[in-house]
Ligand binder design. Structure first.
Ligand code: URP
Ligand code: ZN
Ligand code: ZN
Length: 470
């Protein structure tokens, strides 16, 4: 089927111009100037015409950090691949890169097969995988080479969670050397988990068990120290480095210094670190703060983290916004830690709201319209070897397209979201702009506030190497 999207403003990472987009089947075949002979004949020939008057026409969002069904702290993230990817579609995200997990004592390839089985036939949108290497040993290092050839080209390591996922410096360096030789990207959870666990233990001994203590013990210095150490190790290992879910100004400073010296160091932040804070959210009355327990943690509003992160997004020291979507319900999940914040499963759901929340940065003058598209679609696609299939509107790209209404206003609520969560971290947030229509590989999956897709529409994406390294 051929489709013409006409009347809208096509926004790319480099600009925003009136243009018409012609789709044939699953792919974009032309971007045409309105009123041109080609556009007129495309309209005559198209089997379907979508009117985008007054709308932005943007590439579908690429969320390169999600955790559907992640096992954590004796429970599982509450969105499975079916529901989580549908919620992503509602919010204008048409690609996710989720994390397959090798836990301690497991084989990498077997763990990956488990994640393939969880996702296959269930996703509403296209998906790829990174691999969490939770047990760096000779076999997992060899497996990293195999995975790169299978389209899993990025590997997450943890400097946090001792006894669960933590890799020591020897393991980190070994994995970095492996990535240096096979072209993979090392993604780092940069927090000093050994120091954090000590502080957490001491806090609980003093009777400080409420959710806010999660933020107090995961100090910004310990994110900054780990970020610095990861950068130095990457230099020694000659590997590229991508810092995930960066939240503290001090950690951003380390990234900026390294980038200033020309290092292949990249960093991502997430909407929660731009809009939520330690005192009002993690410190919410009663046990409500548990809904905001995530790692790295939310930072103090009395410091300047939010402002610094927005600056980093402008200067490109932060080059990606992802969600770290890892939802848990308050009931039976977050409340596992009602007597001890250490037992609260770590994570916040947000896959549905990233495009809207970051668009507020455009509305408020923090970033430009093209930068919104670059941070949320184009750069994540390039960073993780999906470009130009994803993250752009150009001939040959998949027809993953969002019509975005810049004037709509609404407020985020547990009552209108589609994620499997019994609360919203952004309850009551007034938002300008809203997803109007979503196409995934040419198929309209969201229209007129209805979901028209089907389970299994989404396909597995075999990714290439990061295009920032070539
Ligand atoms: O709190 C978080 N971020 N949960 C998900 C796991 C991770 O470290 O990304
Ligand atoms: Zn992490
Ligand atoms: Zn994560």
């Amino acid at each position: 089927m051929t489709t013409l999207i006409k009347g809208g403003t096509v926004v790319s990472a480099t600009g925003a111009d009136p243009a018409e987009v012609l789709i044939d089947g699953e792919q974009i075949v032309a971007v045409l100037q309105p009123g041109s002979t080609l556009a007129d004949s495309a309209e005559t020939g198209a089997e379907r015409v979508i009117d985008a008057t007054g709308k932005y026409v943007i590439p579908g969002g690429v969320d390169c950090h999600t955790h559907m069904e992640l096992p954590f702290g004796g429970t599982f993230a509450s969105d499975d691949f079916e529901n989580g990817t549908k919620a992503a579609a509602w919010g204008g995200t048409t690609t996710i890169v989720d994390f397959a997990v090798q836990s301690f004592g497991q084989q990498v390839q077997e763990s990956l097969d488990t994640w393939f089985a969880k996702a296959e036939g269930n996703c509403a949108i296209d998906y790829g995988f990174h691999m969490i290497v939770g047990d760096v040993n000779e076999a997992s290092l060899k497996a990293m080479d195999v995975l790169v050839n299978e389209g899993i080209t990025s590997f997450k390591l943890f400097m946090a969670y001792p006894g669960v996922f933590l890799s020591d410096d020897r393991q980190i360096l070994l994995a970095m050397q492996q990535a240096a030789s096979n072209g993979g990207m090392i993604m780092m959870h940069a927090e000093n988990g050994i120091a954090i666990d000590l502080l957490a233990e001491q806090a609980v001994e003093r009777g400080e068990t409420a959710p806010i203590n999660h933020g107090y013990v995961r100090r910004a210095e310990l994110e900054s120290e780990a970020t610095h150490r990861a950068i130095q190790l990457a230099k020694v290992g000659a590997s590229p480095l991508y810092i995930v879910h960066l939240s503290a100004s001090e950690a951003l400073e380390q990234v900026a210094i390294a980038r200033g010296k020309g290092a292949n160091v990249f960093a991502e932040t997430c909407p929660q670190y731009l809009y939520l804070n330690l005192e009002d959210h993690l410190g919410a009355p009663g046990f409500a703060g548990a809904g905001y327990v995530c790692s790295t943690p939310l930072r103090s509003k009395h410091e300047h983290h939010h402002e610094d992160l927005w600056t980093g997004l402008r200067t490109n020291d932060l080059s990606v916004v992802a969600t770290d979507h890892c939802p848990f319900c308050m009931k039976d999940q977050k409340d596992l830690g009602v007597d001890d914040f250490r037992a609260i499963p770590n994570g916040i759901g947000g896959v549905e709201h990233r495009m809207d929340l970051i668009y507020q940065g455009v509305v408020q003058g923090e970033i430009s319209l093209p930068r919104w598209v670059e941070l949320c679609a184009t750069t994540p696609a390039r960073m993780f070897g999906l470009y130009p299939q994803k993250g752009t509107i150009q001939p040959g790209a998949d027809a993953d397209i969002v019509l975005y209404d810049p004037e709509a206003t609404w407020s985020i609520s547990v009552d209108n979201h589609h994620m499997n969560m019994d609360y919203s971290a952004y309850e009551g947030f007034e938002v300008q702009g809203r997803v109007d229509t979503v196409l995934s590989r040419g198929k309209v999956i969201i229209e007129n506030q209805s979901y028209l897709g089907a389970k299994g529409d989404g396909r597995y994406l075999r990714r290439g190497l990061s295009q920032y390294l070539l």
